[in-house]
Design a protein around this ligand. Structure first.
Ligand code: MTE
Length: 315
């Protein structure tokens, strides 16, 4: 069973230095053939919340990850408040076990699945990704997860499944923020089926070798590293295969500012601010900004998905 955030003692959180040196050790041990270069056999959430024996993804970025504190204390999770510090303060009321994910729409296998059944056959990996928020700040985050496409394939989507939509839990008893109409609840997001099947797209259960804290979207969230952070929907309770471009929360809220694609694109500004550069979280407010990369630096992996698409119109 997973631990909720308040069950994980601070002493159980791996210090970044220990995490990184262990990771280097594992990598070199694997390279030397001392340990098999595979991840956990099955992606069950371990009782102690520790995923330390993971295969490091070879294409992880080499930039230094942000601190555990940056990643878990400065969040966007409007179900727990609109301030950056609200989720860490308020998300302890989210009950992440038991957890059920409902699969609906254009697929052979639909129905309700316990989280354990969702995760069971998958191999977890340790992937360090760039994460770029539409608000023009960014982080480097060591996620723990497995490719979303591997899960979706198990449901056997049919030829009508052109898009996949995701929904977050919507429970006013656990989520004080949904009592206010700052967005239309439940929070929802969507991808084309090709984006969803791309091997970069990650279903995530942990960060820094530990179970996801609630404020980061426990027990199961999406990470789409070439899109603005708001596509990375948290605490997923439903996956819906559909033939139509699905509704997404931020597009419903401000259609002129947030499009369906939401690819990180330094050449297309947000109507109210530039997207050409970003501030890496943790660095001084006064330090110089770094240039934003097309598709957040993942152009080689995902550029082909958008060949021929007008990225100014399809922002
Ligand atoms: N998912 C839900 N359910 N609710 C939210 O408010 N915020 C999004 C995204 N996923 C959000 C969400 C936004 S705007 C961002 S930038 C990222 O989560 C932030 O992820 P993080 O808190 O792990 O950094």
């Amino acid at each position: 069973m997973s631990k909720t955030t308040n069950q994980i003692k601070p002493s159980e959180i791996t210090p970044e230095s220990a995490f990184l040196s262990r990771r280097r050790l594992l990598k070199s041990a694997a390279a030397a053939g001392l340990i098999p270069a595979i991840g956990c056999d099955a992606a069950q959430i371990p009782a102690d919340g520790d995923f330390s024996n993971l295969k490091a993804w070879p294409s992880s970025v080499t930039e230094a990850p942000n601190s555990y504190e940056d990643i878990t204390q400065y969040n966007n999770y409007y179900e727990f408040g609109t301030g950056k510090e609200d989720p860490a303060r308020n998300a302890h009321t989210l009950v992440t076990s038991p957890w059920t994910v409902e699969v609906t729409g254009e697929a052979e296998k639909t129905g309700k699945y316990a989280l354990e059944d969702i995760l069971q056959p998958h191999t977890l990996e340790d992937r360090i990704y760039r994460f770029r928020c539409v608000e023009a700040w960014s982080m480097i985050v060591p996620w723990v997860g497995f490719p979303l496409g591997d899960l979706l394939a198990r449901f056997q989507p049919n030829s009508q499944a052109k898009y996949v939509q995701f929904f977050t839990l919507n429970d006013p008893n656990q989520m004080p923020g949904v009592r206010r109409n700052v967005l239309q609840w439940p929070y929802r997001e969507g991808l084309t089926i090709a984006e969803a099947m791309n091997p970069l797209t990650l279903l995530t259960v942990g960060v820094y070798g530990k179970v996801l804290p609630n404020q980061n979207g426990a027990p199961l969230r999406l990470i789409v590293p070439w899109k603005y952070g708001f596509k990375s929907i948290k605490s997923i309770v439903r996956i819906h295969f559909t033939d139509r471009m699905p509704q997404t929360s931020w597009n419903m809220s401000q259609p002129s500012e947030y499009g369906f694609y939401s690819n990180v694109n330094p050449n297309v500004d947000h109507p109210r601010w530039s997207q050409a550069s970003e501030r890496r979280l943790g660095s001084s407010l006064f330090s110089s900004r770094i240039p934003t990369l097309m598709f957040n630096g993942y152009a080689d992996e995902v550029g082909d998905l958008y060949r021929g698409l007008n990225l100014v119109e399809n922002f």
